[in-house]
Design a protein around this ligand. Structure first.
Ligand code: C5P
Length: 221
Protein backbone atom coordinates (compact mmCIF):
# COMPACT_ATOMS: atom_id res chain seq x y z
CA UNK A 1 0.00 0.00 0.00
CA UNK A 2 3.09 2.23 -0.18
CA UNK A 3 2.79 3.14 3.47
CA UNK A 4 5.72 3.26 5.87
CA UNK A 5 6.18 3.52 9.63
CA UNK A 6 7.65 6.60 11.27
CA UNK A 7 9.30 6.43 14.71
CA UNK A 8 9.73 9.60 16.76
CA UNK A 9 11.70 9.39 19.99
CA UNK A 10 13.12 11.94 22.36
CA UNK A 11 13.00 13.35 25.88
CA UNK A 12 9.92 14.73 27.66
CA UNK A 13 8.41 17.88 26.21
CA UNK A 14 10.40 17.93 22.96
CA UNK A 15 7.16 18.37 21.01
CA UNK A 16 6.98 14.77 19.80
CA UNK A 17 3.24 14.35 20.22
CA UNK A 18 2.29 17.63 18.54
CA UNK A 19 4.57 16.88 15.61
CA UNK A 20 3.62 13.21 15.36
CA UNK A 21 -0.06 14.19 15.25
CA UNK A 22 0.56 16.76 12.51
CA UNK A 23 2.69 14.36 10.44
CA UNK A 24 0.03 11.66 10.78
CA UNK A 25 -2.67 14.04 9.68
CA UNK A 26 -0.63 15.28 6.67
CA UNK A 27 -0.04 11.72 5.47
CA UNK A 28 -3.43 10.29 6.56
CA UNK A 29 -1.56 7.93 8.89
CA UNK A 30 -2.50 6.75 12.37
CA UNK A 31 -0.84 8.42 15.35
CA UNK A 32 0.14 6.12 18.23
CA UNK A 33 1.16 7.82 21.49
CA UNK A 34 3.04 5.13 23.43
CA UNK A 35 3.62 7.46 26.40
CA UNK A 36 -0.17 7.49 26.86
CA UNK A 37 -0.06 3.72 27.35
CA UNK A 38 2.56 3.94 30.12
CA UNK A 39 0.56 6.81 31.61
CA UNK A 40 -2.69 4.82 31.50
CA UNK A 41 -1.10 1.92 33.38
CA UNK A 42 0.40 4.36 35.90
CA UNK A 43 -2.94 6.06 36.48
CA UNK A 44 -4.61 2.71 37.13
CA UNK A 45 -1.89 1.55 39.54
CA UNK A 46 -2.12 4.80 41.52
CA UNK A 47 -5.93 4.39 41.71
CA UNK A 48 -5.45 0.90 43.13
CA UNK A 49 -2.58 1.72 45.48
CA UNK A 50 -0.05 -0.50 43.69
CA UNK A 51 3.46 0.92 43.97
CA UNK A 52 6.12 0.56 41.26
CA UNK A 53 8.31 -1.62 43.49
CA UNK A 54 5.53 -4.22 43.78
CA UNK A 55 6.48 -5.67 40.41
CA UNK A 56 4.51 -8.92 40.54
CA UNK A 57 1.39 -7.06 41.56
CA UNK A 58 1.91 -4.50 38.78
CA UNK A 59 2.37 -7.21 36.15
CA UNK A 60 -0.63 -9.27 37.22
CA UNK A 61 -2.84 -6.23 37.29
CA UNK A 62 -1.54 -4.90 33.96
CA UNK A 63 -2.26 -8.21 32.23
CA UNK A 64 -5.96 -7.76 32.84
CA UNK A 65 -6.12 -4.15 31.70
CA UNK A 66 -7.62 -3.23 28.36
CA UNK A 67 -5.89 -0.11 27.08
CA UNK A 68 -7.30 1.53 23.98
CA UNK A 69 -6.03 4.49 21.97
CA UNK A 70 -8.86 5.81 19.86
CA UNK A 71 -8.00 8.35 17.18
CA UNK A 72 -10.55 11.12 16.70
CA UNK A 73 -10.97 14.54 15.11
CA UNK A 74 -10.43 16.38 18.40
CA UNK A 75 -7.40 14.29 19.32
CA UNK A 76 -6.77 10.83 20.61
CA UNK A 77 -8.93 9.31 23.34
CA UNK A 78 -7.38 6.98 25.90
CA UNK A 79 -9.54 4.32 27.56
CA UNK A 80 -8.63 1.95 30.38
CA UNK A 81 -11.18 -0.84 30.81
CA UNK A 82 -13.60 1.37 28.88
CA UNK A 83 -13.12 4.33 31.23
CA UNK A 84 -12.10 7.57 29.52
CA UNK A 85 -8.83 8.65 31.18
CA UNK A 86 -7.62 11.04 28.46
CA UNK A 87 -7.14 14.03 30.75
CA UNK A 88 -6.56 12.09 33.99
CA UNK A 89 -3.32 10.58 32.65
CA UNK A 90 -1.80 14.07 32.25
CA UNK A 91 -1.88 14.83 35.99
CA UNK A 92 1.19 15.79 37.99
CA UNK A 93 0.77 12.62 40.07
CA UNK A 94 1.09 10.51 36.92
CA UNK A 95 4.03 12.62 35.65
CA UNK A 96 5.85 12.06 38.91
CA UNK A 97 5.56 8.26 38.82
CA UNK A 98 5.28 7.10 35.23
CA UNK A 99 9.01 6.62 34.67
CA UNK A 100 9.21 4.28 37.65
CA UNK A 101 6.55 1.93 36.31
CA UNK A 102 8.13 2.24 32.85
CA UNK A 103 11.28 0.59 34.23
CA UNK A 104 9.51 -2.71 34.83
CA UNK A 105 10.68 -5.18 32.18
CA UNK A 106 7.54 -7.33 32.04
CA UNK A 107 5.34 -4.28 31.65
CA UNK A 108 7.46 -3.03 28.77
CA UNK A 109 7.27 -6.44 27.07
CA UNK A 110 3.50 -6.34 27.29
CA UNK A 111 3.13 -2.79 25.94
CA UNK A 112 5.78 -3.25 23.23
CA UNK A 113 3.90 -6.23 21.87
CA UNK A 114 0.69 -4.19 21.69
CA UNK A 115 2.56 -1.35 19.97
CA UNK A 116 4.03 -3.69 17.36
CA UNK A 117 0.58 -5.04 16.57
CA UNK A 118 -0.68 -1.52 15.99
CA UNK A 119 2.07 -0.93 13.43
CA UNK A 120 1.77 -4.21 11.51
CA UNK A 121 -0.14 -2.76 8.62
CA UNK A 122 2.15 0.28 8.40
CA UNK A 123 0.95 3.85 7.99
CA UNK A 124 1.73 4.60 11.63
CA UNK A 125 3.49 7.53 13.27
CA UNK A 126 4.54 6.32 16.71
CA UNK A 127 6.18 8.44 19.38
CA UNK A 128 7.92 7.44 22.60
CA UNK A 129 11.38 6.69 23.96
CA UNK A 130 12.33 3.31 22.46
CA UNK A 131 10.40 3.17 19.19
CA UNK A 132 13.41 3.40 16.84
CA UNK A 133 15.60 1.17 19.00
CA UNK A 134 13.21 -1.51 20.25
CA UNK A 135 9.57 -1.32 19.19
CA UNK A 136 9.99 -0.70 15.45
CA UNK A 137 13.68 -1.18 14.61
CA UNK A 138 12.65 -1.49 10.93
CA UNK A 139 10.73 1.79 10.77
CA UNK A 140 11.53 3.46 7.45
CA UNK A 141 11.90 6.92 9.00
CA UNK A 142 13.33 7.45 12.48
CA UNK A 143 13.60 10.81 14.17
CA UNK A 144 15.28 11.65 17.45
CA UNK A 145 13.72 14.93 18.50
CA UNK A 146 15.12 17.12 21.20
CA UNK A 147 15.33 20.69 22.51
CA UNK A 148 17.07 22.27 25.48
CA UNK A 149 15.52 21.41 28.86
CA UNK A 150 14.69 25.11 29.37
CA UNK A 151 12.80 25.28 26.10
CA UNK A 152 10.98 22.01 26.79
CA UNK A 153 9.93 23.23 30.24
CA UNK A 154 8.82 26.54 28.75
CA UNK A 155 6.61 24.76 26.18
CA UNK A 156 5.03 22.57 28.87
CA UNK A 157 4.51 25.65 31.04
CA UNK A 158 2.63 27.46 28.26
CA UNK A 159 0.36 24.42 27.89
CA UNK A 160 -0.30 23.99 31.60
CA UNK A 161 -0.18 27.41 33.20
CA UNK A 162 -3.91 28.13 32.90
CA UNK A 163 -5.08 24.82 34.30
CA UNK A 164 -2.44 23.66 36.80
CA UNK A 165 -0.65 25.60 39.49
CA UNK A 166 2.98 24.87 38.82
CA UNK A 167 6.06 27.05 38.30
CA UNK A 168 8.46 26.97 35.40
CA UNK A 169 11.22 25.90 37.80
CA UNK A 170 9.17 22.96 39.07
CA UNK A 171 8.46 21.85 35.52
CA UNK A 172 12.11 22.08 34.56
CA UNK A 173 12.97 19.99 37.58
CA UNK A 174 10.26 17.36 36.82
CA UNK A 175 11.34 17.05 33.20
CA UNK A 176 15.01 16.69 34.08
CA UNK A 177 14.19 14.02 36.67
CA UNK A 178 12.07 12.05 34.19
CA UNK A 179 14.75 12.30 31.49
CA UNK A 180 17.32 11.01 33.93
CA UNK A 181 15.26 7.93 34.84
CA UNK A 182 14.39 7.26 31.19
CA UNK A 183 18.03 7.56 30.06
CA UNK A 184 19.51 5.50 32.88
CA UNK A 185 17.08 2.57 33.02
CA UNK A 186 18.35 -0.88 32.09
CA UNK A 187 15.63 -1.96 29.68
CA UNK A 188 15.27 0.09 26.48
CA UNK A 189 16.66 3.36 27.80
CA UNK A 190 15.98 6.58 25.94
CA UNK A 191 18.64 6.84 23.28
CA UNK A 192 18.99 7.72 19.63
CA UNK A 193 18.93 4.75 17.23
CA UNK A 194 22.05 4.57 15.04
CA UNK A 195 20.00 5.22 11.93
CA UNK A 196 17.77 7.96 13.41
CA UNK A 197 17.89 11.56 12.25
CA UNK A 198 18.66 13.97 15.05
CA UNK A 199 16.50 17.10 15.16
CA UNK A 200 17.02 19.93 17.60
CA UNK A 201 13.70 21.80 17.63
CA UNK A 202 14.73 24.52 20.11
CA UNK A 203 14.52 27.14 17.39
CA UNK A 204 12.12 25.52 14.94
CA UNK A 205 8.37 25.94 14.82
CA UNK A 206 6.00 23.00 14.55
CA UNK A 207 5.25 23.60 10.88
CA UNK A 208 8.92 23.50 9.91
CA UNK A 209 9.52 20.28 11.83
CA UNK A 210 6.39 18.66 10.40
CA UNK A 211 7.32 19.55 6.84
CA UNK A 212 10.83 18.20 7.26
CA UNK A 213 9.51 14.83 8.46
CA UNK A 214 6.74 14.62 5.85
CA UNK A 215 9.27 15.19 3.10
CA UNK A 216 11.57 12.50 4.51
CA UNK A 217 8.59 10.14 4.52
CA UNK A 218 7.69 10.96 0.95
CA UNK A 219 11.22 10.36 -0.25
CA UNK A 220 11.46 6.99 1.50
CA UNK A 221 7.96 5.70 0.65
O1 C5P B 1 5.72 10.62 26.11
P1 C5P B 1 5.32 10.90 27.57
O2 C5P B 1 6.10 12.03 28.16
O3 C5P B 1 3.86 11.02 27.73
O4 C5P B 1 5.77 9.56 28.32
C1 C5P B 1 5.60 9.40 29.70
C2 C5P B 1 6.64 8.43 30.25
O5 C5P B 1 6.37 7.11 29.76
C3 C5P B 1 8.09 8.70 29.87
O6 C5P B 1 8.71 9.63 30.72
C4 C5P B 1 8.72 7.31 30.00
O7 C5P B 1 9.05 7.02 31.33
C5 C5P B 1 7.58 6.39 29.59
N1 C5P B 1 7.70 5.93 28.20
C6 C5P B 1 8.55 4.90 27.92
N2 C5P B 1 8.62 4.39 26.66
C7 C5P B 1 7.87 4.91 25.67
C8 C5P B 1 7.00 6.00 25.93
C9 C5P B 1 6.95 6.50 27.22
O8 C5P B 1 9.26 4.42 28.81
N3 C5P B 1 7.95 4.38 24.45
Amino acid sequence: NGKINIAIDGPAGAGKSTIARMVASALSYIYVDTGAMYRAVTWYMIQHGIEPDEEQEVLQTAQNLVIQLIPGVDGQKVLVNEENVTTLIRSLAVNAKVSRYAQIEGLRTQLVSLQRQMALRKGVVMDGRDIGTTVLPDAEVKIFMTATVQERARRRYMELKDSVSITLEQLEHDIAARDHLDEQREISPLRQADDAIWMDTTEMNTLEVTEAIVSLAQRSG
